[in-house]
Design a protein around this ligand. Structure first.
Ligand SMILES: O=C(O)c1cc(=O)[nH]c(=O)n1[C@@H]1O[C@H](COP(=O)(O)O)[C@@H](O)[C@H]1O
Length: 224
């Protein structure tokens, strides 16, 4: 079985992205490209990295009125990403139209509560209650809109999966050992996140900032 680890290659530099992708290619399940890469390199940059042969997770967290999101997804269709993110708080119609506009083989997943947020951050946006409750609420919405799954932290994946057995659960905020969590607030080790029910793990800096990214990736994979 291929690895559940998607390496987040967060850089605006296409050559650096290509170098990292080549370095981790043999031991990663896929590559995640997000806003930092996309803002600098656009769809053409995504196509170049896709050319290396690994599944691509295109993480643009689309969030707008339903028509705008649907048209954006249509424009990205030709890239045929394995996974595509939209924002879970965009509402039922936006989620439905995003799914309808995506290629059949693309898993469209809803970002719930960013792993960089805690309960106080949520309250400041007008959402009262725990991240856990909000993730469960947005998971129910994503499921009813016909999406394939959600993005959440390792702390919520078990509860979310219990209500959606066939869902595809993407877990970022992964930290291999106790240590620097940088801007992440809801973190978990790779092993615990898999045991809790993650379908795939998104791991960036613990791999990409290592002196030897492939070695760091293999070390993490060995703990699964
Ligand atoms: O959608 C995501 O991938 C995502 C959602 C989320 O809630 N938290 C989160 O960190 N991510 C992404 O996962 C990656 C985490 O990177 P590291 O913190 O370096 O492992 C980044 O590319 C984030 O954009």
């Amino acid at each position: 079985m291929s690895s559940p680890i998607f390496v987040a290659i967060d850089t605006p530099d296409l050559e650096r992205a290509r170098g990292l992708a080549k370095a981790i290619k043999r031991h990663a399940g896929g590559i995640k490209l997000g806003l930092e890469f996309f803002a600098a390199n656009g769809p053409a940059g995504v196509a170049e990295i896709a050319h290396l042969g690994l599944p691509i997770f295109l993480d643009l967290k689309l969030h707008d009125i339903p028509n705008t999101v649907a048209k954006a997804v249509q424009a990205l269709r030709y890239l045929e990403p394995a996974v595509l993110t939209v924002h879970g708080a965009g509402g039922q119609a936006m989620l439905e139209e995003a799914k309808a506009a995506a290629p059949a083989a693309t898993r469209v997943v809803a970002v719930t509560v960013l792993t960089s947020l805690d309960e106080d951050d949520l309250a400041a946006t007008g959402v009262n209650g725990s991240p856990h409750d909000q993730v469960e609420r947005l998971a129910r919405l994503a499921k009813s809109a016909g999406l394939d799954g959600i993005v959440c932290s390792g702390n919520e994946v078990k509860a979310a999966r219990s209500g959606w057995g066939s869902g595809f659960f993407v877990v970022p905020g992964i930290r291999p050992v106790e240590g620097s969590s940088a801007d992440q607030k809801r973190v978990m080790t790779p092993r615990k996140a898999m045991d809790a029910g993650a379908s795939i793990l998104v791991i960036g800096r613990p791999v990409t900032a290592a002196v030897d990214p492939d070695e760091a990736l293999r070390a993490i994979a060995a703990t699964l």
